[in-house]
Design a protein around this ligand. Structure first.
Ligand SMILES: C[S@@+](CC[C@H](N)C(=O)[O-])C[C@H]1O[C@@H](n2cnc3c(N)ncnc32)[C@H](O)[C@@H]1O
Length: 305
């Protein structure tokens, strides 16, 4: 059950400010393409609804709910659920847990939790109250430590979470989405050149090979490249690539990809090694190309578990 505004021991409604620009967590989610035009978004505890309005103007299918400002808003399960600066204003720790759980229950793909952090402690003046501070306006703040927030979201959602930025945690419903997100942050997406015929398709593949340090697999190639290649046999394609690539650039690309793979694995293995098949396919291909095995790829960083 959600406590009503009259049950609260603090003036939570006063914590909702009017926003002139999108909040940082929403801007981050847009910049990282978590929120796109076809995603459904629920802003849980949306305050005065400024993020909802701005997202809606961008064409996003967004709804907002807030116990004070939008108590009749719809709370439908959504791809993305935003819980933006809500947990830190709740003085009752059980209600805090419940709120986080409710937001998670409504999440189909990613829950984005953001809170204020303890490095703002000097700016929040007041008396100690519960596990936080009660200001002279009777607003409450529990300022989270960075690691506390991630651990807390993990404890309630029971999934491994990613810190997108200090004070912004992503909890993914599916582990493969989490791994794909991590891989995208470390391993840049290939910018495939447009192709309309076999010659331009081979040129695009040569560029990929030079940047990545290996030839792409068909699973990684966009449809326009595969279509343009037509009936070209793989053996012939490999011969054309070998003849056209700059070997020095391929070696540089391979070094870059090896380091990127190690960095990805170092981050991923921090919480224990998952199955090889659970890794994004592009990372699986990099491991096959640049290491003798998954075990070897995990060994140099000393994180083999
Ligand atoms: C600091 S404001 C943030 C508002 C908005 N998310 C934003 O970033 O502009 C905190 C909001 O949390 C809402 N809130 C308080 N308790 C809540 C609960 N148990 N569940 C959901 N929202 C709650 C308050 O009504 C208030 O609007």
């Amino acid at each position: 059950m959600v406590g009503t505004a009259t049950d609260w021991d603090s003036e939570r409604r006063l914590t909702a400010i009017a926003r002139r620009a999108l909040s940082v967590p929403v801007r981050t989610a847009l910049a990282e393409s978590q929120i796109e035009a076809d995603t459904t978004v629920l802003d849980y505890g949306c305050g005065r609804g400024d993020d909802v309005r701005a997202l809606s103007e961008l064409g996003v299918r967004v709804r907002g709910w807030d116990p004070v400002y939008f108590p009749h808003g719809e709370r439908d399960p959504s791809d993305i659920v935003l819980l933006t600066y809500v947990l830190n204003v709740i003085e009752d720790s059980e209600e805090r847990d419940r709120t986080l759980r409710q937001a998670w229950d409504l999440t189909k793909r990613v829950l984005i939790v953001s809170t204020r952090l303890d490095w703002e402690r000097r700016r929040v003046v007041g008396e100690e109250f519960s596990d936080g501070v009660l200001t002279s306006r009777k607003t409450f703040q529990h300022l989270f430590a960075v690691h506390e927030l991630r651990r807390y979201v993990q404890e309630i959602t029971k999934v491994r979470c990613v810190s997108a930025a200090p004070g912004i945690i992503y909890a993914f419903r599916s582990d493969s989405d989490r791994l794909a997100y991590l891989a995208r942050r470390i391993i840049p997406d290939e910018n495939w050149q447009e192709s309309h015929d076999p010659t331009s398709a081979v040129a695009a593949i040569v560029t990929f090979a030079e940047q990545r340090g290996r030839s792409p697999k068909p699973e990684e190639m966009p449809a326009h490249i595969l279509d343009s290649l037509g009936n070209l046999k793989n053996k012939e394609l490999q011969r054309l690539i070998r003849a056209a690539v700059d070997n020095q650039q391929v070696r540089e690309g391979a070094k870059r990809s090896t380091l990127n793979t190690l960095l990805f694995l170092a981050l991923e293995l921090f919480n224990g090694r998952g199955r090889f098949s659970s890794l994004p396919v592009a990372v699986q291909f990099d491991i096959r190309a640049f290491f003798t095995s998954y075990t070897e790829a995990c060994t140099p960083v000393g994180l083999l578990v």
